[in-house]
Ligand binder design. Sequence first.
Ligand SMILES: [Zn+2]
Ligand SMILES: [Zn+2]
Length: 120
Amino acid sequence: MADCDLCSVSIPTVVPVRVFVPRFENSYPEGIWKGLCEPCLKAAKETADRFTTFSASGTVGKCDLCSAVAQLQPVQISRPSFSKGEEEDTAMLCKKCLAAVQEADKSWQRQKEKEQHEHH
Ligand SMILES: [Zn+2]
Ligand SMILES: [Zn+2]
């Protein structure tokens, strides 16, 4: 089992997203792998797509994925909640992480297609 790095849900497979953590820049110049569940990936990708179209300025804060202080865009997610089943929440992601999510989504879709072909 793996945990989603945004909503912390436990699922068998998370989608790998490569992010660059400023804090780990020296030890991990190639970036580190984070994992997102599919709903979070989709939500973040939609935000990323909107962001590239409108280039909204965003609010400055700490990115929920790479912990960098940057201009952030809100991503609507739902967290697993013990009382309500799930709870709406907003994750804040920086531009770099949103770009990483778009990349991750592309390769994830490709991989899914490939798997489908292999199974038929
Ligand atoms: Zn998630
Ligand atoms: Zn980030």
